[in-house]
Each structure stands twice: as C-alpha cells, then as structure tokens.
Ligand binder design. Sequence first.
Ligand code: ADP
Ligand code: MG
Length: 305
Amino acid sequence: MDQHLHLQYEVHRRAAGDPRGARRAVPLLIFRAGRTPGSGVRPSPMAARGGLQGVAMRIETHDAMILMEDVGKWYGDFHVLQDINLKISAGERIVVCGPSGSGKSTLIRCLNRLEHHQTGRIVVNGVELTDRIRQLSGPLSEIGMVFQGFNLFPHLTILENCTLAPLTVRKMKRKDAEAKAMAFLERVKIPDQASKYPGQLSGGQQQRAAIARALCMSPKVMLFDEPTSALDPEMVKEVLDTMVGLAQDGMTMIVVTHEMGFARQVADRVIFMDKGRIVEENNPQDFFENPANERSKLFLSQLLH
Ligand SMILES: Nc1ncnc2c1ncn2[C@@H]1O[C@H](COP(=O)(O)OP(=O)(O)O)[C@@H](O)[C@H]1O
Ligand SMILES: [Mg+2]
C-alpha cells in the first residue's frame, strides 16, 4: 500500500477510535508505510476474484451511489450483518435506526472499510470494495464520516484537523487547503474557533468541526453514526441544523440516529435494523405512523417523543 493510501486508511482508522491503533503515537502511526496489520477477520471470497491488482474496474450500478448485495459479516462466530440488500441513489438521505447492538454502526463502517464484510458485495460509486486496498483511494475518499464521539485529533487545532487529510492525502497546497477549511468552518458557523484545540470547544462545536473536517475532502456521501447522542441536549439542535443544511444542499447522507424529528424532516427512507438484518424499510411518514414490523412497533413505542 502506498504511503498516501495508508495515511488515509489510518486517518480513518484512528478517527474511528480503532483499538488496534490506540497504543501507538499518532504521528508514528500516520506516517508508517507498509501493510495494514491483519484484521483477524475471515478472508473475503472476493479477494480471490479476477482482475488486475490495484486496478479499479468500474461496475455499472445504474443510478446507485451505494449498492449492498447480500452482504454478510461475522465477528468470530457472531453473525453481525445478515443478507443486507440496500441501494442508495445520489442525493438520497437515509436514516438507519434500531435497537442497540442491531448492527447499525457495523453496516455503515463497512461502507468506508473501517470494517470488512465477508460475503456479498458492496459497490460505492461504481467501484467494488474488496481486499485489494489499492483500488480504494477513489471510493474511500468519496465517503466522509462523522462519529458519535467527534474523534478530532486532540493535538491539532481545528484548522489543522480540517487541513490534515487534504494536505497529505489530496496533496493540496496549504493556502488552498486552509481557504477551503475556513469556508467550511464558516458554513458550520465556527470560523472563530479555527485556531483552538478540540478540548477548548463545546461538544456541539466539536461535532460541527468534525462535519467541516469531513466536508474538506469533498465527499460524495456522508455517513453519520449517532452524531448527536453524545451531546448535551442544548447542543443537539445546532448539529442537526448543520445536517439539515447539508441535506438541503443535496448531499447523499446515511445517518444512524434516533432523532425522529430529523428523520421526518429530511429522510427519504428510514431503515430499521434488528439482530443484524434490515427488517423494515419505508418512507418516514409510513414508518412512523404505520410501522409494519412488530419489532419496529415495539422500538417506536419505546422512544421518547
Ligand atoms: N469489533 C467487534 N468484535 C466483536 N463484536 C462486535 C464488535 N463490534 C461490534 N460488535 C457486536 O456486534 C453487534 C452489533 O454492533 P454495532 O454494529 O455496534 O451495533 P449498533 O450500532 O446497532 O449498536 C453488537 O452485539 C456488538 O457487541
Ligand atoms: Mg452503533
């Protein structure tokens, strides 16, 4: 794997709070070239498929930005994702909900290779995600992710957090990367926080900084994993407002959230997961007013309104 890809991979891995990297110093980890440590998962049967090493073959997915076909994943013997079939078009906003442990995080983490699926296939913008990591520079860099715990680099300022990947992965000029970062910090309404460190910001400000950081890579898809659930209640709205703004601008979004007001306002579809499966998929109005599945009904009845 070349150094840039590795950097990008590690930035994602670090940003995810991956325990495999947690004991190493960040700069060492980031600039170490070479193979990623073994993930301990079963080898994907897709790795054995034909095709040239490192060459991304485009797959015709018609209008699907993301295609998941019969996707399965195990953690050891535990079948965490089962028979996942999902097609997401450009510009669609999907809300994923379901009980804790139902596989929501695992599903979206498979889309940017923070986790590897083992059966079925995932195609992002026409490129299949396989173990041939070289071909992932395209699709991975097209997916931005925002985590529950913000996952900003604590030793970098907000501006440096925003310019790190554009400078190192995209090789942007510093002046351009900083101008772009400032534009996005304006957009999430925290330009005045640019020279501060994450620990000096409120939770809501940190999460908006994390959204700006993801946008600085010009993603085609944004994944959000419970972006407001670690926030104090008074900060939830400022983050949701930022996300509504993104949705209104036409960003393709997959949002794991239990913020049902957000789901009603912006989602084209709500996906309900239980025990590793998608058990219901519907437009928000029908999902909330007339859930078809017993488990969705129970889940909705337990949410606070
Ligand atoms: N790295 C892991 N190793 C083993 N089990 C895991 C790992 N990550 C998650 N799990 C388990 O997989 C299930 C689904 O987890 P997750 O995708 O995080 O669910 P959700 O986001 O819906 O709460 C849970 O039972 C969780 O304990
Ligand atoms: Mg989760």
